[in-house]
Write a protein that binds this ligand. Structure first.
Ligand code: PMV
Length: 322
């Protein structure tokens, strides 16, 4: 019998990655074509809580798992909230979100686990009058705690977007704001196939910022300006203005040192095939890039991206409440 289930979408950062770690704003949107899902069922008496990562063929006994195992951490932190320790439950996790590629897979898996366990706790105590609900802000905070384990100094943008499932204008330490999308627009999201741990890229940027503070602060300020202009263009329903802004943001990320030849090749291929703009998305050094496409150029751009080495291309529409 299913006791609870939970889901969360993937995400892409439209503008502002890396600078967001240093207090500048960033824009990100959910990508609902890819999802993480967790399902809680009863298991044998005495088995304790286990997590089955179905896609990886791994089973984790939460009571024995290392402190920094992210799946176990998401489960532990949730159960502590409800005063439970080790129920005989099995949580099966599945995700279609590419791992370590800037689409928020870690945060989405954690959010799905938190939601599924919350539902299971409520099912268990349904005879009593109390219901234990976690508001989105609490789920987001729990997921942030898990992100810190494998990320070091996450800005908090990933957990915010995947938990709220809304376009987000994000500034570290401030309550998330959603932003208006005046007119829907289309993105091609292409994966280099290179797994790039966020922690490594973020750590390299930190060391470079420590060496060359003034130069990096000025790069981050230029990115912040791009973000603000992009937000106005999106709200005004003028998404075609995003093309040059994406190109500018990509050039700034190159200067920061987080692009790589494979990402640059995909950006060039998308632009040559008619995309209005393109940039890396997320931590860089691999993972995904995004390109702004029109309905009539989307399939041409997608084909060009595959020909230039992309292992996967997702074409998605960005719209209000997407
Ligand atoms: O987790 P990713 O790959 O989408 O990228 C994280 C974005 C960074 O700005 C590089 C880091 C952060 O914590 O915001």
């Amino acid at each position: 019998m299913i006791l609870g289930s939970g889901r969360a979408p993937g995400k892409v950062i439209l503008f502002g990655e890396h600078a967001v770690v240093y207090g500048r704003p960033a824009l990100a949107v959910p990508v609902t074509q890819v999802q993480a899902e967790a399902v809680v069922e009863r298991s044998e008496i005495g088995a304790g809580l286990t997590i089955v990562a179905a896609d990886l063929g791994e089973t984790i006994a939460v009571r024995n798992a290392p402190i920094d195992n992210p799946l176990a951490a998401a489960a532990r932190l949730t159960l502590v909230k409800f005063g439970l320790s080790d129920p005989d439950w099995r949580v099966t996790v599945r995700s279609t979100i590419p791992i370590a590629s800037g689409m928020g897979s870690g945060a989405a898996v954690s959010a799905a686990i938190v939601r599924a366990l919350t539902e299971a706790v409520n099912q268990r105590i349904s005879e009593s009058a109390t219901s234990f609900q976690l508001p989105a802000s609490d789920i987001s905070a729990l997921v942030y705690e898990v992100e810190r384990l494998h990320h070091g100094t996450p800005s908090g943008i990933d957990n915010t977007v995947v938990v709220y499932g809304q376009p987000v204008y994000f500034v570290r330490g401030q309550p998330p704001q959603t932003f208006r999308i005046g007119q829907p627009f289309m993105l091609a999201i292409a994966d280099t196939g290179i797994h790039s741990p966020t922690k490594v890229a973020v750590g390299d940027v930190r060391r470079a910022w420590e060496r060359e503070g003034t130069r990096f602060e000025s790069l981050f300020n230029r990115i912040a300006m791009v973000v603000e202009t992009a937000r106005s263009a999106i709200a005004a329903g003028e998404p075609e203005r995003l093309g040059p802004l994406m190109d500018e943001n990509h050039a700034l990320l190159q200067e920061i040192g987080v692009s790589c030849p494979e990402l640059d090749a995909l950006v060039t291929a998308a632009l040559s095939a008619g995309a209005l703009g393109a940039k890396l998305s997320g931590a860089g050094r691999g993972g995904n890039m995004i390109a702004l496409v029109m309905a009539d150029s989307a399939s041409r751009v997608a084909k060009a991206l595959v020909a230039a080495g992309a292992v996967r291309v997702i074409v998605t529409e960005v719209a209000d409440g997407s």
